[in-house]
Design a protein around this ligand. Structure first.
Ligand code: PLP
Length: 484
C-alpha cells in the first residue's frame, strides 16, 4: 500500500470509527447471531493474491459487524465494562502507527519513562503511598499471576525457580469464594495446586472474608508443616462486588509474614474518588494491588495497573537477562519486561497519558460518581417494585436482582408457569429474552444459591436515561413472560 492510499484508508478508518460510535446506541447490544454464522461466511483458504481494500472494508460491515457485541454501547450493563474513550482511541491509533515493542528501556525510552510517570500519577489518584511502584500489565490475570509467583518465591526464599517445586512443602494461598477465577488460574500456573487454595468464609453485608477464620487457617497450616504463601483480598468481586476488610486482612498477613495481593480489577478505578476509599482502607499495607483502567477508567483494553511494594522481589522472580537483551552501558535502567510474564510489551502508557490529560482527574471522578449514583437510584426503584427482589445492594455501581412476581416461587405460579423451585429458571428465561431483545445487555451470577441478574453501570457514554430505558425494557419483557 503506498503512502497516499494508506492516508486515504487511515482517514476512512477514522471516519468509520466516529460513525460507528455515534450510531452504536441504535444497534442491539449483544450480537444476535447463532454459533458458526460468521465462520461459515469466511473463505476456507486464504487469498493467493491481494484483494482491494474496498472489498475488505465492505466485508467488515457485511460479515464481521453482525457478529460483534457492542461493548461501547451506552446500554451495556453486562459483566464489567471494557470502557474506552475518544482520547484513548486516538492514542491507540498513534500506538499502532508507532508499532513499537517496548520490552526494554532502550527499545523506546519514552515508553518506559512515560509508563513510570503515568503509573505514579495513577498511584496518587487512588491514594496509594509513595512506597508503591507501578507497571502496566496486559490483564489483571497476568498481574495476579505475577503476584502469586512472587509470593511463592518469597515464601521459598527464592529457591522455587531454581530447584522446582517437587518434593517441597505444600504452599498455601488464602482467598474467599468471591475472588475472580483468575486467582484459581494463577494458583494452577504457579504450581501451587487447586488443593492448596484455601477458601476463607465470608461475613457481613460486603461478603468479605472473616479475618479470624483467615488467621486460624494460617495457624493450622503452619502447625501442619504447610507454608502459607499468599492471601488474595478482593476489592469489588465479580459476582456481586464483594469487598474483603483489607485492613484486618493486612494485619493477619503482617502477623504471619504472608504476602498480600489485592485484586481491585474493577473497583480500583472508583478509588480515584476519595469518598469511596473506605473500601480500600488497609490496601496501603498490601504487597501488591491490581486494578484495570481498561475496565472503568475510559482507557482501551489492555491496560492493567499493577502496583508493588517491592519491585526487586518481582524482578527477582520474573527477570531474566540473556546476553541478547542487555542494554550495554546502561545498567540500572528499568526494563519493564522483567516485571511481567511476556517479554514483548505494547506502548500502553500512551493511552493512559492521553486519557488522564484530556479529561483531568476531576472529570474522571465525576463520570464514575454519576455511574454509582444511577446504579443506586435504579437499585432503589427495583427494591421498591413488588415484582422484583434486590438480591445484593449496590457496591459502587454493581448490584444484583431477580424477578420474583407474587405467586412465583411459592408454588402458585401466578400465570408464570413458575413453581416453588423454578424462580431460577424464570430468571434465566428473562435474561435470555432481555438479551435477545437487544435494547440492553445483562449477565448473571449465582448468589446465595440463587440465579440472579447483575446490573453494573460503567460504560463511558451511558446516561441516566439509558439506565432507565434498560429498566423499562426489563419490566416490559418480564411482564410479557407472565402472560406468555
Ligand atoms: N479480577 C476481577 C475482580 C475481575 O472482575 C476480572 C474480570 O472481569 C479479572 C480479575 C480478570 O481481569 P482481566 O480480564 O484483566 O484478566
Amino acid at each position: 500500500m503506498d503512502d497516499e492510499t494508506f492516508r486515504a484508508w487511515a482517514h476512512r478508518a477514522a471516519d468509520w470509527s466516529v460513525d460507528y460510535l455515534e450510531g452504536v446506541g441504535e444497534r442491539p447490544v449483544r450480537a444476535q447471531v447463532a454459533p458458526g454464522e460468521i465462520f461459515r461466511q469466511l473463505p476456507e483458504t486464504p487469498p493467493a493474491a491481494g484483494e482491494p481494500m474496498e472489498r475488505i472494508f465492505s466485508d467488515l460491515d457485511r460479515v464481521v459487524m453482525p457478529g460483534m457485541t457492542h461493548w461501547q454501547h451506552p446500554r451495556f450493563f453486562a459483566y464489567f465494562p471494557a470502557n474506552a474513550s475518544p482520547p484513548s482511541l486516538v492514542a491507540e491509533f498513534v500506538t499502532a502507527a508507532l508499532a513499537a515493542q517496548c520490552m526494554l528501556w532502550q527499545t523506546s525510552p519514552a515508553a518506559t519513562e512515560l509508563e513510570t510517570r503515568v503509573m505514579d500519577w495513577l498511584r496518587q489518584m487512588i491514594g496509594l503511598p509513595e512506597a508503591f511502584s507501578g507497571v502496566i500489565q496486559d490483564s489483571a490475570s497476568g498481574a495476579t499471576l505475577a503476584a502469586l509467583l512472587t509470593a511463592r518465591e518469597r515464601a521459598l526464599g527464592f529457591t522455587g525457580n531454581a530447584t522446582g517445586l517437587a518434593g517441597g512443602p505444600a504452599l498455601r494461598v488464602y482467598a474467599s469464594q468471591q475472588v475472580h477465577s483468575s486467582v484459581d488460574k494463577a494458583v494452577r500456573i504457579a504450581g501451587i495446586g487447586d488443593a492448596n487454595l484455601v477458601r476463607i468464609p465470608v461475613t457481613g453485608p460486603l461478603h468479605g472474608m472473616d479475618p479470624d477464620a483467615l488467621d486460624a487457617a494460617i495457624r493450622a497450616d503452619r502447625e501442619a508443616g504447610r507454608v502459607p504463601a499468599a492471601i488474595v483480598a478482593c476489592l469489588g468481586g465479580t459476582g456481586i462486588g464483594a469487598c474483603d476488610p483489607i485492613e484486618a486482612v493486612a494485619a493477619v498477613a503482617q502477623r504471619h509474614g504472608v504476602f498480600l495481593h489485592v485484586d481491585a480489577a474493577w473497583a480500583g478505578s472508583a478509588m480515584i474518588c476519595p469518598e469511596f476509599r473506605d473500601l480500600m482502607r488497609g490496601a496501603e499495607l498490601a504487597d501488591s494491588l491490581v486494578f484495570n483502567p481498561h475496565k472503568w477508567l475510559f482507557t482501551h483494553f489492555d491496560c492493567s495497573a499493577h502496583f508493588v511494594r517491592d519491585p526487586k522481589a518481582l524482578t527477582d522472580t520474573l527477570g531474566l537477562r540473556p546476553a541478547y537483551l542487555r542494554t550495554l552501558g546502561r545498567d540500572g535502567v528499568v526494563d519493564y519486561n522483567e516485571w511481567s510474564i511476556p517479554l514483548g510489551r505494547r506502548f500502553r502508557a500512551l493511552k493512559l497519558w492521553f486519557v488522564i490529560r484530556s479529561y483531568g482527574v476531576e472529570t474522571l471522578r465525576e463520570m464514575i460518581r454519576a455511574h454509582v449514583a444511577w446504579a443506586r437510584e435504579l437499585a432503589g426503584i427495583i427494591d421498591a417494585d413488588p415484582d422484583f427482589e434486590l438480591t445484593s445492594a449496590p457496591v459502587l455501581s454493581l448490584f444484583s436482582f431477580r424477578y420474583a412476581p407474587a405467586g412465583a416461587g411459592t408454588g402458585a405460579g401466578a400465570g408464570t408457569g413458575a413453581g416453588a423451585d423454578d424462580l431460577d429458571a424464570l430468571n434465566a428465561r428473562l435474561l435470555e429474552r432481555i438479551n435477545d431483545d437487544g435494547r440492553t445487555y445483562l449477565t448473571q451470577t449465582r448468589h446465595e444459591d440463587r440465579f440472579v441478574l447483575r446490573f453494573q453501570v460503567g460504560q463511558t457514554n451511558t446516561t441516566r436515561a439509558d439506565v432507565m430505558t434498560a429498566w423499562d425494557a426489563i419490566r416490559e419483557i418480564a411482564a410479557g413472560l407472565r402472560v406468555g
